[in-house]
Write a protein that binds this ligand. Structure first.
Ligand SMILES: Nc1ncnc2c1ncn2[C@@H]1O[C@H](COP(=O)(O)OP(=O)(O)OP(=O)(O)O)[C@@H](O)[C@H]1O
Ligand SMILES: [Mg+2]
Length: 336
């Protein structure tokens, strides 16, 4: 076993497809545990994961996965990592058990061991009963579970999953997320999962990496990144527009939806200031509490605040006020 400080470590990593830069100067450090890889369509998530597995070659820069060089040690990396690809690579005519066994054999396991492990992992992903059925008749959720079983047959220390809950109905999605959580918490394995679904990432992952157009937009602990973004929510009775104007005029950062406003928690005396403003314009504050931002809120704020520079949580800390000048996300009724 090689020694390593980070599961994944890249230095100025670039990947281009012809003239198109899919990954640009990525400097990443991924620690043990669960990390969500976020970013809009085409951000470079799948390209990044495949580059880490040595399945596609980086154009320039360096990378190590579990201490192995991505340029020269692809096979060693793949033998220690479980990879659940974005697209279906399953054989519809195979029974699940043989498909899973086969992926073990491809990794060099002996057929007997591969078979006994195939039974175990199919059970683990919830397909114990269906293991002798042909994959062609499986639902999307069962196919995703089969892909997961294939990826964990050799009990890897790191599982890389590209959109694991994509296309699943709520029951299958719940099961997939529970399985991921279980691998991390009870199984003490690390996971890196690419996803569009903030809720899924938030439930499984402690850390996140956000890519945008091939560049690093943010990396860090989700809790730390969210913490810089604290807001006070107030429910206002009377003169809401006047109150909003007043608060804006003294430099407070306010997001308003009707009688509900969220004010950036930029100083310790923020509640005193809010109450003073309300008294001055004759508004009543019916409720006042800390608003807990979701990962979705954070995502939108970061995306708005990008400027195509690297934003670590520290960078964001330096410009939280600026980061707040956005509409509320759609699910909170904000503008599009
Ligand atoms: N084989 C390829 N040849 C040329 N361009 C490619 C290739 N694969 C990906 N790209 C381009 O590279 C960029 C990153 O693609 P990638 O699939 O890594 O994004 P992604 O973040 O995984 O997107 P999605 O959320 O849609 O899965 C996109 O602009 C894509 O069109
Ligand atoms: Mg992708």
């Amino acid at each position: 076993m090689s020694d390593y400080e980070y599961l994944i470590h890249t230095t100025d990593l670039c990947k281009s497809y012809g003239p198109h830069m899919a990954l640009e100067n990525l400097n990443l450090k991924v620690k043990k545990g669960a990390t969500g890889l976020l970013g809009p369509n085409g951000a470079g998530k799948s390209t990044f994961l495949k580059t880490m597995l040595g399945l596609i070659q980086a154009t320039s820069g360096e990378g190590q996965v579990l201490g192995h060089d991505i340029r020269t040690e692809g096979p060693a990396i793949r033998s220690r990592i479980g990879y659940m690809p974005e697209y279906d690579a399953l054989n519809p005519e195979m029974e699940a058990i043989y498909q899973v066994k086969y992926s073990g054999e491809l990794l060099g396991m002996n057929p007997t061991v591969a078979m006994s492990r195939a039974h175990e992992v199919l059970q683990y992903v919830g397909l114990g009963e269906q293991r002798y059925r042909e994959i062609g008749g499986f639902s999307t959720g069962m196919k995703q579970a089969t892909k997961l079983a294939c990826s964990i047959i050799h009990d890897p220390e790191l599982i890389i999953a590209d959109e694991p809950s994509n296309g699943l109905d709520s029951v299958a999605r719940e099961f997939m997320i529970n399985t991921m959580q279980n691998m991390v918490n009870a199984g003490d394995r690390s996971v890196m999962m690419a996803s569009h679904l903030m809720d899924d990432v938030e439930r499984v992952c402690e850390n996140m990496i956000l890519l945008h157009k091939g560049k690093l937009a943010a990396q860090g602990k989700i809790a730390d990144l969210k913490d810089i973004d604290r807001e006070i929510e107030i429910h206002v009775w009377g003169n809401a527009s006047k109150l909003e104007e007043k608060m804006l005029s003294i430099g407070m950062v306010v997001r308003r939806e009707g009688r509900i406003m969220r004010i950036l928690h930029e100083s310790e005396d923020i509640t005193t200031k809010i109450l003073a403003c309300a008294a001055e314009v004759g508004s009543q504050i019916r409720r006042m509490h800390e608003y807990e931002a979701s990962l979705e809120d954070l995502f939108i704020v970061i995306m708005e605040n990008l400027g195509y520079e690297i934003k670590t949580s520290e960078d964001l800390l330096r410009s939280p006020v600026h980061a707040r000048q956005v509409d509320a996300p759609g699910h909170m009724g904000g503008g599009s």
